[in-house]
Write a protein that binds this ligand. Structure first.
Ligand code: S5P
Length: 256
């Protein structure tokens, strides 16, 4: 299933406020590129945010791999997000019972709820996980993991279908999915990781596809690129190359 509606046409179909704000940014910057900043120091994280910021719609973080995390890191990140107009997606992959998830979202040393615009969750524990996250849906949008890019992933078609059903029950909070392409209706957005222009995979089961296949053929909306950009010697240039490849693939899909 590949949608040919434009982002302009889909914007009013999206129930969650953050999802609509994201599409406004996407349209303004002509960018459906998300950079996954999988680095281990706050200095690297902040310099990546500054370097690739103008090219991206979302910066995806893993706060728990930053060795020197403090509240000041999130404050600086939020500052850069405002400066370069991108949203912050903390890829925490919540998976526990609702009560624990609520504590994980607000507490600890990360205080994710204070600075993340987008968070994601596995559906394995049932709707309580989403219920907990949806209580802060005023400020935060939620993505459900419906499929994964890694080899041997257990997300069989029935599982993916369950993710869709759960999303429909929490449409005020859930505005999209982590999936390998378009798996449902145009009132949700589809985010695909495992995107690389050169490599086919890594030694730990990651599987890569190119932007054109993911967006134009498989019908995904946003490409999540980590090492393809992060490990480049010129990150600005790499981000610009990927932005164009992802946007061209989106235009190609509309024109097909
Ligand atoms: O199925 C998935 C889901 C996610 S969120 N496969 C993934 O690779 N990810 C994330 O995308 C992963 O946590 C990492 O941050 C990024 C991919 O990074 P890359 O360096 O392989 O592009």
């Amino acid at each position: 299933k590949v949608h040919q509606l434009s982002f302009e046409q889909r914007l009013p179909l999206i129930r969650n406020k953050v999802g609509r704000r994201l599409l406004e940014i996407v349209l303004k910057k002509q960018s459906n590129l998300i950079v996954a900043a999988d680095v281990t120091t706050s200095q690297e994280l902040l310099s990546i945010a500054d370097e690739v910021g103008p090219q991206i719609c979302v910066l995806k973080t893993h706060a728990d791999i930053i060795q020197d995390w403090t509240d000041s890191v999130s404050e600086q990140l939020v500052h850069l997000a405002k400066l370069h107009h991108f949203l912050i997606f903390e890829d925490r992959k919540f998976a526990d019972i609702g009560n624990t998830v609520e504590l994980q979202l607000t507490g600890g040393i990360f205080h994710i709820a204070h600075w993340a615009d987008i968070v994601n969750a596995h559906i394995i524990a049932g709707p309580g996980t989403i219920e907990a996250l949806s209580r802060s849906a005023e400020h935060c949008g939620v993505l459900l993991l419906a499929q994964m890019s890694s080899k041997g992933s257990l997300t069989v078609p029935e599982y993916t279908q369950k993710a869709l059903e759960m999303a429909k029950q929490y449409e005020d909070a859930v505005f999209g999915f982590i999936s390998l392409g378009c798996i449902g209706e145009p009132n949700f957005l589809y985010f695909t990781p495992g995107v690389h222009l050169q490599e086919r995979g890594d030694s730990l089961g990651q599987q890569y596809t190119d932007p054109e296949t993911v967006i134009a053929v498989q019908g995904s909306d946003m490409a999540i690129v980590g090492r393809g950009i992060i490990q480049s010697s010129d990150r600005r240039k790499a981000a610009s190359t990927y932005r164009k490849a992802c946007w061209d693939a989106y235009l190609q899909r509309l024109g097909d």
